[in-house]
Write a protein of this length. Structure first.
Length: 78
C-alpha cells in the first residue's frame, strides 16, 4: 500500500524513538497506522500525544501523580 500522508522523518530512527521515551505501545500504534495503513505520520503522533496528555490530566485530578507523570512524559515524547 502506498503511503498517502507524511511519512516518518529519515532521522527518526526507531531506536531513537524508544530511547527518547516513546511508550512502546504508542510506538507499535504509530508503526501500524503509518507504515502499514498509510496514515499521516504527524496526525497520528499528534492524536496519540493529545490522548496521553488528556489521560494524564484525568489521572492528576484523581491524585494519581505517578501515573499522570508517566503519561505527561509519554505525551511529550511522541
Amino acid at each position: 500500500m502506498m503511503n498517502k500522508g507524511r511519512t516518518k522523518p529519515p532521522a527518526q530512527l526507531d531506536s531513537r524513538m524508544l530511547s527518547g521515551g516513546v511508550d512502546h505501545l504508542d510506538y507499535l500504534r504509530v508503526q501500524k497506522r503509518c507504515i502499514q495503513d498509510g496514515e499521516d505520520w504527524v496526525s497520528v503522533c499528534e492524536e496519540l500525544g493529545d490522548y496521553n496528555y488528556r489521560y494524564a490530566q484525568e489521572e492528576l485530578k484523581k491524585n494519581h501523580s505517578l501515573t499522570a507523570k508517566y503519561f505527561f512524559m509519554a505525551a511529550q515524547a511522541i
